[in-house]
Design a protein. Structure first.
Length: 403
């Protein structure tokens, strides 16, 4: 029989503070957890693991836990102790006899679970509006997707083929004490058994790999950039896909990485140096003139556009609660603007790949059809959807060819 897990008042209080700031102050959970750790340097490794896993677990299952408690959602401290208590019992633990948990003395977990409505929005914890929208757009697929978005996200590595290969890297990592496995669904990806600090490894600092979700790695391959061509990565960020494309291009040709945030481009330059990538140049987008200067220069254009992030909810669970109908409408409008304005950078007979980490058709297929209806010189070559699963986040990609 497993020894009961003991709770400590100070770390439970840390969880309560984190929930209050995440939901009451509408801060992002990852930032809240980071600040809690900075403010409480005496917490050890186990304390931090308990606090982080509890906060993320409750954020992930927020609506379900309140339904089990049979109370309206609240950020008042006594009620947050109640919702923590329900979560703790649901995780097959026992509660100590603290005054904070007195209301739960007669709580029956089996009854609470049996009384939950047969509604995927409650069972898997999504806000009503998002559950309704996903049901409308995805139909019968939504139930499995909703479940998969609550699964733990594995760590996936992309092998830097400019410096190594999958089998060599697997052996190198094994010698560094890191066990990996390969799955037939993503044969080029190394998945980690555990979650070590990879930045301490010689193999990481030598640029032999990058951390990149398995589904995300499909986007660069879908674009299929050829050696000695010109590629523009127009929403490049810190450059994970640009680095992959440089490897696919065998470090020949050129990649122009554009982004509105200079700090992300600075990080990309550091990563490129570590990866021994020579063909990336970065440029901040200051205004529309930045785009127009590169008109008709790209053989291939990647538009990995800002999106709702609904495909990566398991990595950022409070996306569920931070996203709104209004913010979704804004991002859909921005996607249209980027598609229309940035498409001028591709050459005749060139290729655009439009990509998101969203599951919603209104950000994906609908956007592509809207663009094609307004731009008769483009045609759809292929589109691909990767639904969230045990090994991958959710992505959409469409390849458009210019006449």
């Amino acid at each position: 029989m497993n020894k009961p897990v003991r709770l400590f008042p100070n770390t439970v209080a840390g969880v309560i503070q984190g929930l209050q700031e995440t939901f009451g102050d509408e801060l992002y959970a990852n930032k809240v957890v980071e600040q809690l750790f900075r403010d409480n340097k005496k917490w050890g490794k186990r304390d931090r693991a308990f606090i982080a896993s509890s906060i993320y677990g409750i954020v992930r299952h927020w609506r379900k836990l309140w339904a089990m408690l049979d109370k309206p959602e609240s950020t008042h401290i006594p009620e947050l102790y109640n919702v923590f208590g329900v979560y703790w019992l649901w995780q097959e633990n026992t509660l100590p006899e603290w005054t904070e948990f007195e209301e739960l003395a007669n709580f029956n977990l089996e009854t609470a679970l049996a009384n939950l409505p047969k509604d995927i929005g409650v069972i898997e914890s999504y806000p009503i509006w998002l559950n309704d929208l996903a049901t409308k757009e995805l139909g019968s697929e939504w139930e499995q997707i909703a479940t998969n978005l609550n699964l733990p996200a594995p760590v996936a590595l992309r092998v830097n083929t400019l410096k190594s290969d999958k089998n060599r890297l697997k052996k190198i990592l094994q010698n560094e004490g890191i066990e990996t496995f390969i799955n037939a669904s993503f044969p080029d990806v190394l998945f980690l058994e555990k979650r070590p600090n990879l930045k301490l490894l010689d193999s990481f600092n030598q640029g032999l790999f990058e951390v990149q979700d398995a589904g995300s790695q499909e986007i660069g391959k879908f674009l299929n950039p050829q050696p000695k061509t010109v590629v523009v990565d127009a929403c490049s960020g810190a450059g994970g896909k640009a680095l992959q494309m440089a490897a696919l291009m065998e470090n020949t040709g050129s990649i122009l990485s554009l982004d509105i945030y200079q700090r992300k481009l600075d990080e990309q330059e550091k990563r490129a140096k570590r990866n021994k990538v020579r063909i990336i140049n970065t440029e901040a987008i200051l205004n529309e003139d930045t785009i127009l200067r590169h008109k008709a220069k790209a053989d291939s254009l990647l538009l990995d556009v800002p999106c709702s992030g609904t495909g990566v909810i398991r990595r950022e669970p409070d996306t569920k609660w931070k996203l709104s109908e209004e913010s979704l409408a804004e991002v859909i409008s921005l996607q249209k603007e980027i598609l229309e304005s940035h498409s001028v950078m591709v050459k005749p007979r060139g290729t655009i790949v439009y990509a998101t980490c969203s599951i919603l058709k209104s950000e994906n297929e609908d956007q592509v059809q809207w663009f094609l209806s307004k731009n008769s010189d483009f045609k759809l070559d292929q589109e691909m959807r990767i639904n969230p699963g045990p090994l991958s986040d959710g992505f959409y990609m469409a390849r458009l060819i210019k006449s």
